[in-house]
Ligand binder design. Structure first.
Ligand code: TXA
Ligand code: MG
Length: 347
């Protein structure tokens, strides 16, 4: 059986198709759909069997909880308890949007959806297709990123087809996503709100609203386990060995040229991740520009696509510049460092 795909423009949800997709969710099926961050693999969050299907389709460990996507603030009360005023303030500013908040879960949420935890992760996405699908599907859609566990998150429908084509009942193709990095996760079950995963909404933006914010110590490179179970897995890993080079831009380019030459002379296919601004510095190898340094959103948007392209080209070694840009730098480097298994050369 071929994959069922329905195409629509991101800002013009086709309501006939959305209604059918919503029915699939209500019947316990799985629908992959675009959000503003990455594509999600949706199932009814309140249906134990649907949650189980999501874990099986992704090959995801069952202790790794799912985010519940809702379409409006009124839906929050059914699934979350003890919502602090600070969270409501943050919701006013950044929902709908690329922000996930963690609260104590209500009795309505099955432990199968929360990976056995007493807390629940919730997000209101801003993507028009996602919003309509959530409403049509009954209001509570559990959706992890729609990749196979361990692969980079999907930013286009083609990525979903590659990873999960035969596992889903329907894929809604709404074109390329806007942000390309998964949502910022803020945990409100701690005394001080804590960032469990950096994203488009940066630490500085959160601090402006919340005052005090902590970073989960588990996001560092020491051995503290991260609080978000999903952050402990070596995600986003390309099959080639990725090394990040840090330092003065000219020295970085020089180092990457030398390292690549050594591997190419040994007969290996080598990939290089650079920017539009530095592209001409690299005459050899599979050289992919990730975007423009002066427009950091282009870098976030293309990161996962670039990692997947190297897999398609069966590149054995990948060298990347680093991208410490003002708003997205923390999120981009978090994903890139994980993809590199924290292998960094300082020049
Ligand atoms: O942008 C996004 O958030 C995308 C789109 C589809 O909305 N979704 C996404 O889901 O990235 P997923 O499952 O790939 O990542 C969810 C992360 C995992 O690291 C998981 O461990 C963490 O959120 N998480 C979920 N519920 C949690 C909870 N109750 N406590 C701590 N971490 C939680
Ligand atoms: Mg994921």
């Amino acid at each position: 059986m071929g994959v069922r795909i329905v195409k629509m423009q991101w800002d013009h949800p086709r309501m006939d198709a959305i209604k059918k997709a919503g029915q699939i969710l209500k019947d316990g099926g799985l629908v992959a759909f675009p959000t503003e961050t990455v594509y999600g693999l949706g199932g009814n969050a309140l249906d134990v069997c649907a949650s189980h299907k999501i874990y099986t389709a992704k090959g995801r460990p069952s202790d790794n909880p799912l985010i519940i996507h809702i379409a409006d603030m009124e839906s929050l009360n059914l699934i979350a308890d003890e919502i602090p005023p600070a969270a409501l303030k943050l919701a006013c500013k950044y929902w709908p949007g690329p922000l996930t908040m963690i609260f104590k879960k209500s009795d309505q949420v099955p432990y199968q959806t929360t990976g056995g935890l007493d807390s629940v992760a919730v997000r209101i996405p801003s993507h028009p297709i996602a919003q309509e699908l959530i409403r049509a599907g009954g209001g509570y859609v559990a959706a992890p990123s729609a990749n196979r566990s361990g692969r980079p998150s999907p930013t286009r429908a083609a990525h979903v087809i590659d990873d999960l084509g035969d596992q889903v009942d329907l894929i809604i193709d709404g074109g390329s996503v806007e942000i390309g990095l998964e949502s910022t996760i803020v945990d409100f079950t701690e005394a001080v709100p804590t960032i469990l995963r950096p994203g488009f909404i940066s630490e500085a933006m959160l601090r402006e609203i919340l005052g005090d914010v902590l970073m989960d110590p588990g996001l560092g490179t020491d051995n503290t386990p991260p609080k978000a179970p999903g952050m402990k897995y070596r995600h986003y890993a390309p099959s080639g060995q990725l090394t990040i080079v840090e330092g003065d831009p000219d020295a970085v380019a020089d180092c990457i040229r030398k390292l690549s030459k050594v591997k190419m002379d040994q007969g290996y296919a080598v990939g290089i991740i650079c920017t539009d601004e530095t592209r001409t510095q690299y005459p050899d190898g599979v050289v992919l520009s990730i975007g423009r340094l002066e427009n950091e959103e282009t870098i976030g948007r293309h990161l996962y696509d670039v990692l997947r392209t190297f897999d398609d080209n069966q590149v054995a070694y990948i060298y990347s510049e680093s991208f410490h840009t003002p708003q997205l730098g923390q999120a981009i480097m978090n994903r890139l460092l994980k993809a590199a298994g924290y292998q960094v050369i300082e020049v």
